[in-house]
Design a protein. Structure first.
Length: 261
């Protein structure tokens, strides 16, 4: 009987480990649109959440972020106090609204609270951004914002990160403390909202690697929001129940692919 219980427990642990590896976590900033035209509504609605995007869940509890703001040109605006709680599947997420007042490319950024993931025995912190063009400015999207925003890691787009079509090749460069990260591993997921099914568990999260200069490419086969997360390990652990635990940090960017009409 004891042997049977031990085997069952081991099987459960293996299942959890495989599941955790196959289903990536992503912090998300999803704007109501990645392009604001001159005749559009002059504000951007933003959804901030932490979830497994391909499956549309499960939703993870997300405490109030440490940082949430926007960079436009040389200006940095703190938006932390604009966040309002929003319940998704009974878990806490956030939403905000920003009024658009001038032509610019708006780079929204997020630093969440560290999330403890017991299945992986580590904390997760995903520094996330999304870029919105307003009124045809179309400049500044290819500039690093890490120093301005005070975030240590980021993906700087090489492809313009808005007005993309499904099938386009998206290119980005991974940076850490202002320097390119060679051979970084990038996880990629489409925001399926629970309306799609992968052929196998390994199809849920796509994986690619950057080259020696931290540059990667990915062709987006389907319309919708695509998340790219360059996974690294933080320099310092975080204490949990008296023990030092590893911290996964991710440089995350979200881009939207449109269907070709």
């Amino acid at each position: 009987m004891k042997k049977s219980l031990t085997i069952s427990a081991l099987s459960l642990l293996v299942t959890v480990a495989v599941s955790a590896a196959a289903h990536a976590h992503f912090a998300m900033i999803i704007p109501s649109s990645d392009v604001v035209g001159k005749d559009d509504k002059k504000e951007i609605e933003l959804l901030v959440q932490f979830t497994h995007p391909f499956e549309g869940g499960p939703q993870m509890q997300m405490g109030k972020p440490v940082k949430f703001g926007v960079v436009s040109g040389e200006k940095v605006t703190d938006l932390l106090e604009t966040l309002k709680e929003k319940k998704l599947d009974g878990k806490m997420a956030w939403e905000a609204v920003l009024k658009i007042t001038r032509p610019a490319d708006y780079a929204f950024f997020l630093e969440p609270e560290p999330y403890w993931e017991p299945a992986e025995d580590k904390f997760i912190v995903h520094f996330t951004k999304v870029i919105v063009d307003a009124f045809g400015a179309e400049e500044g999207w290819d500039k690093p914002i890490g120093k301005q925003a005070g975030i240590p890691v980021e993906i700087v787009p090489i492809s313009r990160p808005y007005s993309l079509y499904a099938g386009n090749l998206f290119a980005g460069q991974v940076f850490r403390d202002g320097r390119p990260v060679p051979n970084a591993e990038i996880e990629v997921e489409w925001w399926g909202k629970g309306k799609t099914k992968a052929p196998t568990a390994s199809h849920v999260t796509q994986v690619t690697k950057a080259d020696g200069n931290g540059i990667f490419y990915f062709a987006m086969p389907k319309p919708g929001w695509w998340g790219f997360s360059a996974i690294m390990e933080a320099d310092k652990p975080i204490k949990h129940e008296g023990q030092d635990k590893k911290v996964e940090i991710g440089a995350v960017i979200w881009v939207h692919a449109y269907p070709m009409q």
